[in-house]
Design a protein around this ligand. Structure first.
Ligand code: NAP
Length: 359
């Protein structure tokens, strides 16, 4: 049976992440953007007038002419919403939508550590979707989140290793792209020809989020992984792509070759599931001595494939390697869209009966 078309609302549609949603949903076979919402500053204007459009490609016509609405569940008429809201307001607004019975697929950090909210990467912890059944907003609504843009690449690389070996600790130095700071983001005087060794809250997120994502679901709760992550996060003058220079310590003897094999041979639980934007492969191992590089590899799998290279013995821990992921695609809008596709596949989202059959 053809998948129906779902009517989608975008909260925070005018922001950097919101714009990535608009671009990536333009030709989506299941999801059609029918509502855009942002702050009172933007509400009432057409999307074309309200947005400071950052992409070289034009705004998709069917979205450009939509009127921006306030982020009020009463104002929107859709089957579910994606949230690219600023975290300063996402907590209250996302709760309002869930309470009004509207499922929320969020990028914001506010509910990532709520005990009944999945912190989801479909290729890593699809079973955590069962947490949704533990949510109670007094309605049919629920919230699903995706991880911080730095966490996602690291966890995609660590998960196959945790399946194969006994991983004890991880030390990671992040080289993070400017787009991760939104727009206008870091001042040009700080960004050009410079490295800023501080990104507020990021090192803490990298220590805590992997423990939940890699945790085990037991009796409706996630028992966190005991993995220790020590992260140092820096902002570098790169446009897109977060590079994670990673060193892993195991509780057993594991060679660099064994790590390479485990990463190469890992079969994602999504490999057999036909999701429209699911990348194949979700993790690519690159053997060139100078890979991965943001400039060359960040667009792999339309920005959804995580790249890994430079796998070698580490004289401090056991094995080290470099991971690359696209921060605004896999680490934001693309990751949330894949989460929503999995929600459709698992029957958590309902299209309104009047919706047209799949395009
Ligand atoms: P942004 O460019 O600052 O956009 C924020 C959005 O929130 C705008 O649409 C803005 O609307 C809206 N907003 C702000 N105040 C509001 C209010 N009081 N009521 C309703 N809407 C309001 O931020 P961003 O970089 O797109 O990030 C959005 C979210 O995604 C954040 O939670 C961020 O942490 C997360 N995230 C970002 C990235 C990334 O790579 N940038 C990656 C992962 C996660 P107006 O335009 O009307 O002000």
């Amino acid at each position: 049976m053809a998948t129906p078309t779902y009517r989608v609302g975008l909260l925070g549609a005018t922001g950097a992440v919101g714009q990535t949603f608009v671009r990536r949903l333009a030709d989506h076979p299941w999801f059609t953007v029918t509502d855009v919402a942002a702050s009172e500053r933007s509400a009432g204007a057409s999307y074309r007038e309200a947005v400071n459009w950052l992409s070289g490609a034009p705004i998709p016509d069917d979205v450009a002419d939509l009127t921006v609405k306030p982020t009020d569940p009463e104002a929107l008429d859709c089957d579910f919403v994606f949230s690219g809201l600023s975290s300063s307001v996402a907590g209250e607004i996302e709760r309002d939508f869930a309470e009004a019975g509207v499922p929320v697929v969020s990028n914001a950090k506010n509910y990532r550590h709520h005990e009944a909210v999945p912190l989801l990467i479909p290729e890593v912890n699809p079973d955590h979707l069962a947490l949704i059944d533990e949510q109670d907003w007094g309605s049919e609504g629920f919230i699903v989140t995706n991880p911080n843009c730095s966490t996602v690449g690291l966890v995609c690389g660590l998960h196959p290793l945790m399946q194969a070996f006994d991983v004890e600790a991880v030390q990671v130095t992040m080289l993070q792209a400017l787009s991760g700071a939104g727009y206008p983001g870091v001042s040009a005087l700080d960004a050009v020809g410079n490295v800023v060794p501080h990104i507020g809250g990021e090192e803490e997120k990298m220590a805590t989020e992997p423990r939940k994502i890699l945790g085990t679901l037991q009796e409706g709760q996630v028992v966190p992984s005991e993995l220790t992550v020590s992260a140092q996060c820096t902002r570098v003058p790169v446009r897109n792509g977060h590079l994670a220079c990673t060193s892993v310590r195991f509780r057993e003897e594991v060679s660099a070759e064994a790590v390479r094999r485990a990463l190469k041979e890992y079969r994602s639980p999504m490999a057999e599931v036909d999701l429209p934007t699911g990348p194949d492969p979700f993790l690519q191992v690159l053997d060139a001595p100078d890979a991965p590089q943001p400039q060359r590899h960040v667009k792999a799998g339309d920005g959804m494939t995580v790249s890994v290279g430079r796998i070698q013995p580490c004289t401090v821990n056991d094995v080290k390697f470099v991971l690359l992921s696209h921060n605004t695609v896999r680490g934001a809008a693309g990751g949330a869209i894949l989460n929503a596709e999995l929600l459709v596949d698992r029957g958590y989202l309902t299209a309104t009966p009047a919706a047209a059959p799949g395009r």
